[in-house]
Design a protein around this ligand. Structure first.
Ligand code: FAD
Length: 521
């Protein structure tokens, strides 16, 4: 027998459910074991996957290949196939023809991914090959946390209580894959491009850490050009973003686990309060790793719970665990409502009743950070330059777009996906709909964040604002925190014409009333 591990958003050895199962079975059945990964540029572009994320994946794969061979004795082959259909064709045409007996992978919960897997199950069955999938992305799998009448929770808090209770009373294990001894891997599937080029769906393949690295670099370069041609990223901006992301996120699971350990040992202190202050960088910054699966959410939970052992009331750690639960929550919501992936709102009726704006000028000003609202602009410029935005600022910018400018949340959702290194459909869609009041938010639509008072509370010295808006360096925080004072300073005072910064695009108080009226209808 020959077992094949298909890596997707689970690029790690530690605590990987499918990989652990594959190793166990290969060992006990004396089977061969190999692994594959697909770069799927066309598919990714259609999902708005960001360049920074594709680059992060490309940087991670050589490390994965290296540790897979060294620690588990399993070779990894990486292919470039444009889309999911080509991936399935390749598996059937090469692997099925070569006596693979089982394919194993971890579940993905997005629409195209589900269709891809269901089609593959059927096609593999015709060759008597099993396709086994495991729940791995969440700490507790979708559909496991439900109300008494077995339906999905509509809001977070009761979900969280049940989620936490289930984990408190149950045993949650971490999986550790064991090396496959005597893995008599033939080279059939591990050769580089040439032997496979007659297959139309492959554009390239690689199977050593070195060739995977070279292939990855080429994929990233091509992807960048493709996004540039489509007008999605500019050449200078994307190059800046990549170099920032490379420095901020060293690739691989060793780096990710190290970040987790350091955060739990030290960084988490005061998280409950400092998590809302962007200039403090007080959050874990693990999302980029969680999104591509270089670190497991279960492992994060287990490590955080261990730290709770001597102090179960620790507010900081408990708060952080509840953030991990948000991640699970949005995945469970997606699995429960697959229509979300087709751009349908969670509260469809509410969404359809809003007369959303599609004003391109407003949207462009928001994207480039030129709305005249300092906290919003600083956050957007930070996103564009780094591929990351702090959680509080994601809420502020999303509310500003959907409530102050009344622009359809789908535009903002898409822009975030195109920029974020941690872009993840479930969390991003959940966050956007929460902000637009079409989602799972328990708060009423009229609770609209004021971006000026948000700045006053969460950026009291305007340190974050001034980092990203150097043109406002000379203005004191009390002006940056008050719309009327800022407007006056930019239009009438001695600074008039001296500062190259737009006056606020909308009057927040008036815009708020308009939004409330729109939602009330
Ligand atoms: P920490 O504060 O250290 O939290 C730890 C982990 O918990 C995060 O890495 C993340 O996996 C999870 N988490 C924290 N907050 C949330 C949340 N509100 N929803 C879901 N998971 C959460 N997160 C993404 O991973 N990808 C996205 O594409 C994404 N888009 C968002 C869009 C909007 C409009 C909003 C409001 C939030 C979005 N989030 C998204 C959630 C959150 O902003 C990020 O997860 C967080 O900022 C990542 O930073 P961190 O790793 O330092 O978080």
């Amino acid at each position: 027998p020959h077992y094949l591990m298909w890596f997707r958003r689970d690029l790690r050895l530690h605590d990987n459910t499918a990989l652990t199962a594959l190793c166990e079975r290969a060992q006990s059945d004396n089977a061969k074991a190999s692994a594959l990964f697909f770069f799927t540029p066309e598919q990714w572009q259609s999902h708005d996957t960001s360049l920074a994320q594709v680059d992060h994946i490309a940087r991670t794969l050589p490390k994965l290949a290296q540790s897979l061979t060294k620690q588990l004795n399993i070779p990894l082959t990486v292919y470039v196939c444009e889309n999911f259909k080509d991936c399935n064709d390749l598996i059937i045409e090469t692997y099925a023809a070569q006596n693979i007996t089982q394919v194993m992978a971890n579940h993905e919960y997005e629409g195209h991914e589900i269709v891809r897997d269901e089609q593959l199950i059927k096609r593999l069955a015709q060759h008597n090959i099993e396709f086994l999938r495991f729940h791995d992305q969440c700490i507790l799998p979708p559909q496991s946390i439900t109300t008494n009448d077995d339906s999905m929770y509509q809001v977070f808090t009761p979900f969280y209580k049940k989620w936490r209770h289930t984990l408190d009373i149950g045993l949650i294990e971490s999986y550790q894959a064991q090396a496959v001894k005597d893995n008599k891997n033939s080279n059939q599937n591990t050769q580089d491009s040439n032997g496979l080029l007659e297959l139309t769906q492959i554009t390239a393949s690689a199977s050593s850490a070195e060739t995977i690295k070279t292939l990855g670099e080429k994929v990233v370069k091509d992807y960048q050009l493709c996004l540039q041609d489509a007008g999605i990223v500019g050449s200078n901006e994307s190059t800046t973003q990549l170099s920032h992301a490379r420095a901020a996120y060293p690739a691989g699971e060793v780096a990710a686990c190290h970040r987790l350990d350091q955060f739990i040992a030290d960084g988490i202190n005061n998280y409950n309060v400092s998590r809302d202050v962007p200039s403090l960088h007080a959050t874990s910054q693990l999302s980029a790793y969680l999104t591509i699966g270089t670190i497991s959410a279960r492992h994060c939970y287990i490590q955080a719970t261990k730290a709770l052992q001597d102090n179960s009331d620790n507010k900081d750690i408990n708060r952080w665990i509840s953030e991990l639960a948000w991640r699970d929550f949005y995945r469970h919501v997606l699995a429960d409502k697959p229509a979300l992936i087709r751009h349908q709102a969670y509260k469809d009726d509410m969404d359809k009743s809003i007369n959303w704006s599609y004003n391109q000028d407003d949207f462009d000003a928001w994207c480039v950070g030129q709305t005249g609202v300092p906290l919003v602009d600083a956050a957007m410029r930070c996103l564009n330059a780094t591929g990351f935005m702090h959680n509080r600022l994601r809420m502020v910018t999303a509310m500003f777009l959907t409530k102050d400018l009344l622009i359809d949340w789908r535009w903002g959702e898409r822009y975030f996906m195109q920029q974020l290194i941690d872009g993840d459909f479930a969390s991003n869609n959940g966050g956007w709909q929460w902000s637009a009041s079409t989602g799972t938010d328990a708060a009423p639509y009229f609770r609209i964040m004021n971006p000026f008072s948000q700045a006053k509370s969460h950026d009291p010295d305007a340190e974050f604002i001034k980092t990203w808006l150097p043109e406002l360096q000379e203005l004191p925080a009390n002006i940056l925190h008050a719309e009327d004072k800022l407007r006056a300073a930019l239009t009438t005072g001695s600074l008039f014409n001296l500062i190259d910064y737009p006056v606020p695009r909308v009057d927040h108080k008036a815009a708020r009333l308009l939004a409330i009226a729109a939602f009330k209808n």
